[in-house]
Write a protein that binds this ligand. Structure first.
Ligand SMILES: Cc1cc2nc3c(=O)[nH]c(=O)nc-3n(C[C@H](O)[C@H](O)[C@H](O)COP(=O)(O)OP(=O)(O)OC[C@H]3O[C@@H](n4cnc5c(N)ncnc54)[C@H](O)[C@@H]3O)c2cc1C
Length: 315
């Protein structure tokens, strides 16, 4: 029987696992993907992060590498199960049974750090999209774009952030958005407009052209004038956001966000949720806010597991 099972090894799950080791809790951490790091490793590993304490600047993956190193440094580290998605859990007597495709595990408490769930990228919707190998939905290694012609699709923060990050490397870069207004931060959009980026709005993607698995151009149509353009490219970077496949855990939610009360306990006693999976008045969906929630939740879990223990506040 585990003290704690953590579901999701994004930054908040990983930090929770580190804290659980410091509190001497015995447990496991499950991640449905084949790597730790959540959104940072999957969506924007090479993005610069400038709002973390103790780092002037670090890449997202650099931060995850540090967290993972810290997790691994603990002799009593929680067992990490990669590629193992939690499908469900249910209360049995005074504990929980947590189920994956390959097994069931018993635990006294559960901490949900599931972020936006198991996510897959939203596609362009063009019928031949899956044929092409040079369409990417996340930036893993930016060096592959050096001296290439890029077209970025999307108008949100990550589309603009990626454009800003890749622009200096590329020989040509365009961003195509279906509206005139970008959803991204105005200051980033302004910064982008000062670069060589060819900003094309309001355009929709009409057709993908290429052969033998290689996309060579896209056809776009102006949403207002119906004018058509063809853009030649080496890579198409699609940033239409993610389609999360929501977890169906039986905890109360508002929309896709898990409701939490004191110390981030969900509607199910002894099941906690923190990080991007939750919302409450004043919540900020960023890394530092989630790290603070981890401190509160793990302390509370230690109190539940060890009611007579003098729970440490500092280590
Ligand atoms: C483009 C972009 C840029 C950003 N930049 C910043 C920034 O500069 N600074 C900042 O502070 N924040 C930034 N953020 C926000 C930050 O990424 C999130 O706040 C953070 O990722 C939340 O961490 P998390 O661990 O709660 O969730 P996630 O990172 O979403 O991780 C959740 C993990 O849980 C796993 N999971 C889900 N369901 C299951 C299941 N059933 N079983 C097993 N595993 C499961 C998922 O696979 C995932 O790995 C940015 C976000 C984006 C999209």
């Amino acid at each position: 029987m585990e003290d704690i099972i953590i579901i999701g090894a994004g930054p908040i799950g990983l930090y929770s696992a580190i804290l659980a080791s410091l509190h001497n809790l015995k447990g496991k951490i499950f991640e449905s993907q084949d790597t730790v790091g959540g959104q940072l490793s999957t969506l924007y590993p090479e993005k610069d992060i400038i709002d973390l304490p103790g780092f002037n600047v670090t890449t997202a993956q650099g931060f995850i590498d540090k967290l993972y190193e810290q997790y691994n440094s603990k002799e009593n580290k929680l067992d990490l199960h990669l590629n193992e998605s939690i499908i469900s859990f249910n209360k049995v007597d005074d504990h929980f049974v947590v189920n994956t495709k390959s097994g069931s595990y018993e635990t006294k408490t559960i901490l949900l750090t599931t972020g936006m769930g198991n996510f897959t990228p939203r596609k362009t919707g063009c019928p031949n999209e899956d044929e092409f190998k040079n369409i990417v939905y996340s930036i893993k290694h930016k060096a592959v774009f050096a001296d290439k012609r890029l077209v970025v699709l999307g108008g949100g923060d990550s589309a603009v952030d990626w454009t800003l990050m890749l622009e200096p490397l590329t020989s040509e870069i365009s961003i195509v958005h279906r509206r005139n207004e970008f959803r991204a931060q105005a200051s980033s959009v302004e910064q982008m407009k000062k670069t060589k980026t060819n900003v094309l709005t309001p355009y929709n993607v009409k057709e993908l052209k290429g052969a033998n698995g290689n996309l060579t151009s896209i056809v776009i149509e102006n949403a207002e004038t119906k004018e058509v353009k063809e853009l030649e490219l080496d890579y198409l970077v699609v940033n239409y956001g993610m389609v999360p496949s929501q977890n169906t855990f039986e905890v109360e939610k508002t929309g896709s966000n898990i409701n939490v009360g004191e110390a981030y306990m969900t509607s199910m006693p002894n099941v906690f949720a923190i990080g991007n999976s939750i919302n409450y008045p004043g919540k900020v969906k960023n890394i530092t806010c989630g790290l603070g929630e981890a401190v509160v939740a793990i302390t509370k879990i230690d109190q539940i597991i060890n009611p007579d223990k003098n729970i440490p506040v500092h280590f």
